[in-house]
Ligand binder design. Structure first.
Ligand SMILES: Nc1nc2c(c(=O)[nH]1)N[C@H]1C(S)=C(S)[C@@H](COP(=O)(O)O)O[C@H]1N2
Ligand SMILES: [Mo]
Length: 436
């Protein structure tokens, strides 16, 4: 094994001057190439997280009704909102499954990247010029924002309702803070990253244990310690960690044995039992305080629209034309099911009962309210395109049997491609009309 050769003398002098508590950060792994490799992975990964996150936000119709809108002060941050489509039916299953699984998978890469640039956080003097001050500010937004987004996202997936009602605003505004720092950082660092990766060569860097040349980056230790692991080993460790997390999360998006492997997606991975109604349950009837008395005895559905109210029993609903739609459930937490065979009444047929029928009046949006008296998801507003879709149902049965209480008996909404939160269970009242 060759002796580690120090970086060129000029480099060392320059970077040592810019480095605070010298002697602390002595790993011979640190260097611009190592940081660049991790940076490129994060550039792709974080971009995907940001885009799928924005899509997830659009998918729950925040601009549609104050009921859905957990971020009423979003202002121009909602500039891109668009009517979430109803096809393909697995759209949210895909975008949110990617968001959560890729997010969990990137944790080791993020930690390694932060570790690789530790000396930069302790740079002295802390500010050298206006440009440098701005760069450091963007770094603060970037690192603070990234840690905040990962922490809130992972806590939300791991623990049920740690932020009752406030997860959306925290994660949403945090995402924009992060993105401001991210965009500035990429603009500042991308040219050097590309140059370093081109010049230093992937294979060549993997083969040697010698410290990299600093190249003015301030990352290489002035007196690097003896290597204890090769760069190949270090990257292997990070990649292996990511692979392990991926393998213990991705199963949340699939039925059968893969779901049991989703250890890092506790709600998606939980054993749903056996039988026809046996697929993931988000909140049980008992958890929201609904018992037999509420769900069976005396349950009625109120349809409201155009100044009239129509009251229906479950028998009335079963007497209406029944339709079947094979649709998945996909939760904001990342888990999803494959298609379930839902049966019930079309939402647009219900709209017709209160006067929104056919050519005279296309079905408008609807506010759906459940029997639940408290809780963030007890009601939700659906857009007109969601009401109009012939596969959007007020479901009464699933997979050939009556809904179970936990899946929303006596009646629940199911809409293609919509996030789980919009598929209200234990529906008691539906108000059709303009939802402003
Ligand atoms: N009334 C009511 N409906 C609800 C919820 C709720 O808490 N209360 N949770 C929603 C969420 S977040 C999801 S993911 C789906 C899950 O449906 P499932 O429990 O049948 O799988 O129900 C939705 N409908
Ligand atoms: Mo959900």
């Amino acid at each position: 094994m060759g002796k580690p050769q120090g970086p060129p003398a000029a480099d060392t002098a320059r970077s040592a001057a810019a480095r605070g508590p010298t002697g602390l950060w002595r790993s011979p792994l640190r260097g611009p190439w190592f940081t660049s490799v991790l940076g490129v992975v994060l550039l792709a990964g974080m971009t995907l997280l940001f885009v799928t996150g924005l899509l997830s936000y659009a998918a729950y119709n925040p601009g549609l009704s104050p009921v859905n809108d957990k971020t009423p002060d979003k202002g121009i941050l909602g500039f891109y909102l668009f009517p979430w489509p109803t096809r393909p039916r697995w759209l949210y299953r895909l975008t949110q499954g990617l968001h959560v699984t890729v997010g969990v998978t990137l944790v080791p890469v993020l930690l390694a990247k932060l570790w690789s640039v530790l000396p930069k956080f302790f740079e002295l003097p802390p500010v050298r010029s206006v440009g440098h001050a701005l760069e450091r500010l963007s770094l603060l937004l970037l690192v603070g924002g990234a840690l905040f987004e990962f922490a809130t996202g992972i806590l939300n997936v791991q623990l049920e309702y740690v932020f009752p009602g406030s997860f959306y605003p925290l994660h949403f505004y945090g995402a924009w803070v992060f993105f401001a720092g991210f965009a500035a950082h990429v603009a500042l660092k991308l040219p050097r990253t590309v140059r370093v990766l081109r010049e230093r060569g992937f294979r060549a860097q993997l083969r040697t244990r010698a410290p990299e040349g600093d190249g003015g980056s301030g990352l290489v230790a002035a007196r690097p310690a003896e290597p204890t692991v090769s760069r190949r080993g270090a990257l292997g460790l990070v990649g292996g960690g990511s692979l392990l997390l991926f393998a213990t999360t991705a199963g949340q998006s699939f039925d059968g044995w893969p779901r049991a492997t989703a250890l890092f997606a506790p709600h998606g991975g939980r054993d749903p039992g056996t039988g026809l109604g046996a697929f993931q349950v988000n909140k049980t009837a008992a958890a929201v305080g609904l018992g037999r008395r509420d769900l069976v005895d005396g349950w009625r559905l109120d349809l409201v629209g155009r100044g009239r109210t129509v009251r229906l029993t479950r028998a009335d609903l079963l007497a209406l034309p029944q339709h079947r739609a094979d649709l998945p459930l996909a939760c904001v937490e990342g888990w999803s099911t494959s298609d379930q065979a839902w049966q019930g009444v079309r939402l647009r047929d219900l709209a017709a009962l209160v006067g929104y029928d056919g050519e005279r009046a296309d079905p408008p949006g609807v506010l759906v309210e459940s029997l639940q008296t408290r809780g963030a998801f007890r009601r939700a507003a659906l857009r007109d395109n969601q009401v109009r879709d012939p596969r959007s149902l007020l479901a009464l049965r699933v997979n050939g049997a009556d809904l179970s209480p936990d899946h929303g008996y006596p009646a629940r909404v199911i809409v293609p491609a919509a996030p789980g939160v919009l598929n209200t269970k234990w529906v008691a009242r539906m108000t059709f009309g303009e939802l402003v």
